[in-house]
Design a protein around this ligand. Structure first.
Ligand code: MN
Length: 222
């Protein structure tokens, strides 16, 4: 290639955009708890579509190209009104699913004693009561959304369980999400039909408590 005076113009046009992260395990590896077909549709199609829509709506706004999706969720006022809702929905879809893949694993084990288990005992009584509260919140959500275990402040503070609608994420409220489960029907309908409780019951078996604990310890002074 020879030097080309228009190289810089080309570079500006070549924004790579947000990227769909690879699944950190094989699509079929969460079987029988989460089925391969759901994982394929969920990651390769649903998540991919959020990334693709986010990129297409941001393309004409180079002033927003350098920010990651979490920043876009934290700074809605920096986003032009005409695209604010679309950016919020699709950046949320991207951030939430990116976290979801990280909190599941084919090599799941129990939550080991440590700062996270101590915080769970402190704020919910014990692990079983935490699970009960998490499931109860998940079952009470009407329509599509997510159920979260989140810390109320970035620098510590109580753990909270709550649901959000659509792809809303706790970081928009200054909270730090520790664990999340997807409550959209696309997360479970193929295998479980409308039985959200059955899906959640199976889902606990793939929660990566090591990753969730590391995440908690990285941000929260328990
Ligand atoms: Mn989903």
């Amino acid at each position: 290639m020879t030097d080309n005076p228009s190289t810089m113009d080309i570079a500006v046009d070549q924004w790579k955009g947000h990227r769909l992260p690879d699944l950190p395990y094989a699509h079929a590896s969460l079987e029988p708890y989460v089925d391969a077909r759901t994982m394929t549709l969920h990651h390769d199609h649903h998540h991919a579509a959020y990334v693709s829509k986010l990129n297409s709506v941001l393309q004409p706004f180079p002033q927003l190209h350098d920010f990651d999706a979490e920043w876009l969720l934290r700074n809605p006022r920096a986003i032009p009104r005409a695209i604010r809702t679309t950016v919020h929905e699709n950046a949320g879809g991207h951030v939430n699913h990116s976290l979801l893949w990280q909190v599941m694993t084919p090599k799941a084990g129990p939550l080991e004693p440590g700062p996270l288990s101590e915080a769970i005992d402190r704020d919910f009584g014990d692990f079983d009561r935490f699970k009960e509260r998490f499931e109860k919140a998940a079952m009470a959500l009407f329509g599509s959304g997510w159920v979260w275990l989140a810390s109320a402040r970035l620098d510590g503070g109580a753990l909270k369980i709550y649901t959000t609608h659509g792809h809303d994420n706790p970081i928009s409220n200054g909270h730090f999400p520790v664990l999340v489960a997807d409550l959209w029907e696309h997360a479970y309908y193929l295998k479980h039909g409308n039985r959200r409780a059955d899906y959640l019951d199976a889902w606990w078996a793939v929660v990566d408590w090591k990753a969730v604990s590391r995440r908690f310890e990285s941000k929260v002074n328990a």
